[in-house]
Write a protein that binds this ligand. Structure first.
Ligand SMILES: Cc1ncc(COP(=O)(O)O)c(C=O)c1O
Length: 305
């Protein structure tokens, strides 16, 4: 698996702000990164707090995937960092806000239930007023209060969910590895960041879209191209593994295998054809002495070695 984590683009962001004299006042951080599925370390969260403090801006921590961390390091909330640094009830803590929803951890996207946690009274007041535009039905509230007040159930549910995510993640990563496909090492989320750069026809975002279309239409799998998640390098894809049964994932893996095999066969055929074309072009266009020279050159180089 690939283990390098992308650097936090804080410096880049600051430079961008300077260059464009941007009026941006908010830094948005998914403390469990979608699409990478990696949690931020204490050090990275510390850097974020330093950053917003020095730039006098707000930080919105999206902790929607906090319950999906299936292996270490465990999830650290941005609030814990403030607490550790004795920054609670300070001016900085008023500029840190958390958003959360039950869509991922409880698998309840249809319920449209979320929360905003903030120490800033203006933010809380505005959010309270806005909430009247998306009122939750009484039936939903009743059902949820029944579920969430059953602490034994919620505890078991979350740990069982994490166990199954870990299992399914391993199944995907190990399976892809067998077919020569690498994944970014991740410890959370419902997806994996998969490296398909070697399957691109051209190392461009057009090449990525071409490959994506092939995978959708020919293989029957819908995975997200990296460009849709603003990835700067073509050939990366986000693969969700959590919204299907084990049998479906197994079938998907079989299809990936046939696809990789057919791509390898096609590439060999193309390479063979290219070689043949090159050789016949050479034979037609190059004079005899070139071959002699190149042959001698090769011999000399071989002797040199
Ligand atoms: C990081 C992140 N935040 C927020 C959301 C929105 O979730 P919802 O509107 O279902 O609560 C998503 C959904 O994909 C997400 O990935």
């Amino acid at each position: 698996m690939v283990s390098e984590l992308p650097n936090l683009p804080l410096k880049k962001l600051t430079n961008k702000q300077k260059n464009k004299s941007s009026k941006s006042r908010v830094s948005w951080s998914r403390t469990l990164l979608n699409p990478l599925g990696t949690s931020l370390s204490l050090h990275e969260l510390d850097l974020l707090v330093n950053f917003i403090s020095s730039k006098n801006i707000h930080l919105v921590g999206d902790e929607i995937y906090s319950g999906t961390v299936f292996s270490s390091p465990s999830f650290i909330s941005i609030m814990e960092v403030l607490k550790n640094r004795n920054l609670m009830n300070t001016e900085i803590s008023k500029r840190v806000h958390i958003v959360y929803s039950l869509s991922k951890d409880l698998g309840l996207p249809g319920f449209r239930i979320g929360a905003i946690y903030s120490n800033d009274e203006h933010v809380v007041s505005a959010a309270t007023k806005m909430s009247s535009f998306g009122l939750v039905s009484s039936q939903t509230k009743h059902l949820l209060s029944e579920i969430l007040s059953d602490q034994k159930f919620t505890k078991t549910y979350l740990s069982e969910n994490r166990r199954r995510l870990k299992e399914r993640h391993e199944m995907l990563v190990k399976g892809l590895k067998r077919y020569g496909i690498r994944c970014l090492e991740n410890n959370s989320g419902l997806f994996c960041w998969v490296d398909l750069r070697h399957l691109l026809n051209t190392n461009t975002f057009e090449g990525e879209m071409e490959l994506w279309k092939k995978i959708v239409y020919e293989v029957g799998l819908n995975i997200s191209p990296g460009s849709s998640c603003h990835c700067g390098e073509p050939g990366w894809f986000r693969v969700c593994f959590a919204n299907m049964s084990e049998e479906t994932l197994d079938l998907a893996m079989q299809r990936v295998k046939s696809f990789v095999d057919s791509m390898a066969k096609q590439n060999n055929k193309n390479r063979h054809q290219q070689l043949m074309n090159r050789n016949s072009r050479r034979t037609k266009s190059l004079p005899k002495w070139v071959f002699e020279l190149s042959f001698r050159q090769r011999e000399v180089s071989a002797d040199d070695r």
